[in-house]
Every structure is written in C-alpha cells, then in structure tokens.
Design a protein around this ligand. Structure first.
Ligand code: FAD
Ligand code: EPU
Length: 339
C-alpha cells in the first residue's frame, strides 16, 4: 500500500542539502506500488518528479507536485558463461553498493565508476562516467514503465542514444519513463582499464604492479576522495558543468593565446576542454556568493558552503558561465538537473 505524504522537506533527498518542499512525496518499493500509485487522484492531478539519491538535482524552488522516490531493490544474475555475466540491478539500489557487489565477485567493468553517488536507476539518465569508462561501455538493457500508462518497455543500448552525459531520458523521453532496472554485461576475465593517467599513478603510489579489480576500485576511490567533496559533509552535486566540446579552429585560436590550455582531442576532430581549468583560470576557485561557492580543490564543483539557497547556486553558476565566456568565448552547459 503506497503512502502519500504531504508538504515534505526534500533536504534529506538532495545532496546539495537544500531546503525545498514538495506538495506530495511517495516512496515506491515495488512495481505494484507504482501501478497502484498511478491510479490515485494525487498522481493523476499533479506534475511528477522521480528521484533516486538526489545527487544530480538542484532545487532552486519548492516543487509543486508529487515527488516519487524510487526505492526498488534487488540484484540478480540474468545469464552467464565462462567469460561474461549479465547482472540486473533494481533502480533503487545504491550505485556504489552495486559496484562493490560486482567487485567482490570479480566481475570486471564497473570498477572505474566506484564511489559515484546516487542510485542505479539514474545511471543511464546521463550515461554516468568517470576515469575513462561510461556505463554505455557495459550497458546491456534497461526496463522502464511509461509514467502515464504504466506500460513496460525494454530499452536496448541503441535505443538509449548514449552520449557524453546524455541519453534519450534527458532529451526526447524526458519525464516519460520510470526506470525500474538496469542490466550490465560484465567480464569474468580480468580486463582492467587503467588508461586514465591518474589511476596508474595512484596504483604506483600504492605500490601495486599487477592490480586486481578491487585495487583499481580502491585507486579510483582514493583519487575521488582527494578532490571531490563528500556530500555528507559539504553539499554538492559533483561536476556542475559539462566539459565543453569545441571545434579544431576554436581550439587552435585558444591554444595560441593560452599555451597551457587543458584539452583532449576527440575522434570527430573536435576537442574537449577541461571546464575546471577554464573556471580556475578565471580566478574563481574558492569564489563565494551568498553561501554558495566554487570548490577550492575542484573548480567544476559548486558547493553549498554556508546554508545557501538553490537560487544562490544557480546565480553563482550564471556568474561562472559569464566569466568563462568573457575570457575564452566558450559557453559552459550545466550538467546538473535544475528544478
Ligand atoms: P537523482 O539526482 O535523484 O536524479 C537525477 C535525474 O535522473 C533526475 O532528472 C531524475 O528525475 C532522474 N531519475 C532518477 N532516477 C530515475 C528513475 N529511476 N527513472 C527515471 N528517471 C530517474 N556523475 C557522473 O557521471 N560521474 C561522476 O564521476 C560523478 N561524480 C559525482 C560526485 C559527487 C560528489 C556527486 C554529488 C555527484 C556525482 N555525479 C557524477 C553525479 C550523480 O552522482 C550521478 O548523475 C548519479 O547517477 C545521480 O543519481 P541519483 O540517483 O542521485 O539521481
Ligand atoms: N582542472 C583544473 N582545475 C580544477 C579542476 C580541473 O585545472 O579546478 C584540470 C586539471 O588539469 C585536470 C583536468 O582539469 O587534469 C581534469 O580534471 P579531473 O580529472 O578532475 O576531471 P574533470 O574533467 O574535472 C570529469 C567528470 C567527473 C569525473 C572525472 C573523472 C565531467 C563534467 N566531469 O571531471 O564527473 O569524475 O572527470 O573522470 O565530465 C560528474 O559528472 O559529476 C563528475 C564528477
């Protein structure tokens, strides 16, 4: 039986730790819960917001409508052979706990994505990525329910149109589906990806020459802990902006002026810029505005330093975008979902 609560503060449900109230709040623990919810007047009459861990959302105002917290649990093996295994995780499973579950069993593929906050169900939304791996690299399929009809649909990899921090769930199917589970195809043979420079240096510092899956995970965790703020201590939602893509011509222009520009070439001939570097070069590292701030160890992360409001974070992000545009002629795009 689903229990719809009224006038709930979402502070415990967003990693920025911001006060924002919603008219209605409900947790679903099973697909039947959701199908029951679908029939209620509150559901039919209100706009809906689905949340997992609230680690990629900025509430700039109260939410007038119903917040549905996805709490579906369970991890199952779908199929396996000597080399591969397909593992299915329910959307409400903690992402990091799920990664650890795979690592404990020596299933390779998710270790570079250790310690990303949030739930499994949100992972396809922006094709989460870190340290040289994105979920699209190991994604098998997902199951979702149409939020109006409750009809089930299976999305294969090609249906999701994954890109850098992108998928159909952020574009043409925004607010169309409740993702209920995601399946990943993992390797039982040890095939590690340590190409991302910092992982190798961290493994060297740990004096490990033949790393295990767990070692790579530990290295990633150590790197992340050294620069990203822990949301339990300092409110944030990870990178606030995406790393921008620019043309080869624009890249040459910038490189002529800024010799130490941090950039990576892309297969399509364009270049990706490190937005953190751009922001730092504007002198904004540590910059504060009304209790919101640019993180002093990683300029791409905006933090709730001192009891700010969501609007303060948004205003700060506008300021950062303007400064970066004025100096480099590059427009930053927000990664975080703004409500
Ligand atoms: P939420 O914030 O609750 O929701 C995010 C979006 O997904 C919202 O639009 C919501 O409506 C939608 N949504 C959530 N669940 C569902 C569902 N079941 N069905 C349909 N829609 C749904 N991201 C990276 O990619 N790489 C990183 O390295 C990374 N590092 C981070 C570090 C820190 C410290 C923090 C705070 C965040 C970081 N993030 C990173 C961002 C964030 O953790 C991920 O985007 C994560 O997948 C969000 O999960 P969530 O459950 O918290 O989603
Ligand atoms: N840099 C600076 N100053 C800064 C921050 C970064 O100069 O303040 C430069 C450094 O030269 C560094 C480079 O930028 O070498 C890249 O920095 P980092 O390795 O920290 O990664 P990032 O590009 O800032 C991206 C993702 C992260 C992901 C890491 C690791 C985006 C928007 N962000 O950050 O994802 O964890 O790479 O792969 O792509 C997230 O999406 O929330 C997130 C944290």
């Amino acid at each position: 039986m689903v229990k719809i609560l009224e006038n709930i503060n979402l502070k415990p449900h967003n990693t920025f730790g911001l006060d924002a109230f919603c008219d209605y709040f409900v947790e679903i623990n099973s697909i039947d819960d959701f199908l029951e919810l679908l029939k209620t007047e509150v559901y039919k009459k209100n706009q809906k917001l689905i949340i997992g861990g609230g680690s990629n959302i900025l509430f700039t105002q109260n939410f007038s409508g119903l917040v549905v917290k996805n709490n579906l649990k369970g991890i199952t093996v779908v199929t396996e052979d000597d080399d591969k295994i397909i593992v299915k995780a329910a959307a409400g499973e903690s992402w990091h706990e799920f990664v650890l579950w795979c690592i404990e069993r020596n299933y390779c593929g998710l270790e570079n994505l250790s310690l990303i906050p949030g739930c499994v169900g949100a992972s396809p939304m922006q094709n989460i990525g870190a340290y040289g791996v994105e979920i699209k690299d190991v994604f098998f399929e997902l199951e979702a329910l149409n939020i109006n009809t409750g009809e089930k649909r299976v999305f294969k990899k090609e249906d999701c149109e994954f890109g850098y921090r992108e998928s159909v769930f952020k574009t043409k199917y925004k607010n169309h589906y409740l993702i209920t589970s995601v399946s990943f195809i993992l390797s039982k043979k040890i095939t590690l990806n340590t190409s991302y420079g910092a992982i190798n240096s961290e493994l060297e510092a740990m004096k490990i020459s033949t790393p295990t899956v767990k070692d790579v995970s530990n290295a990633v965790i150590a790197i992340r802990q050294s620069k990203l703020p822990n949301p339990k201590e300092t409110g944030n939602a990870g990178s606030f902006f995406k790393n921008p893509e620019i043309s080869k011509i624009k890249h040459s222009e910038l490189k002529n002026i800024f010799q130490d520009l941090v950039s990576y070439s892309l297969p399509n001939g364009n270049f990706k810029l490190a937005a953190g570097w751009l922001i730092e070069q504007c002198g904004l590292k540590g910059y504060e505005y009304n209790g919101a701030a640019v993180h002093s160890k990683q300029a791409l992360v905006l933090i709730n330093k001192n009891n700010c409001g969501g609007k303060d974070v948004l205003d700060l992000s506008d300021y950062v975008m303007q400064k970066v545009f004025d100096k480099f002629g590059v427009t930053l795009e927000r990664e975080v979902n703004i409500i």
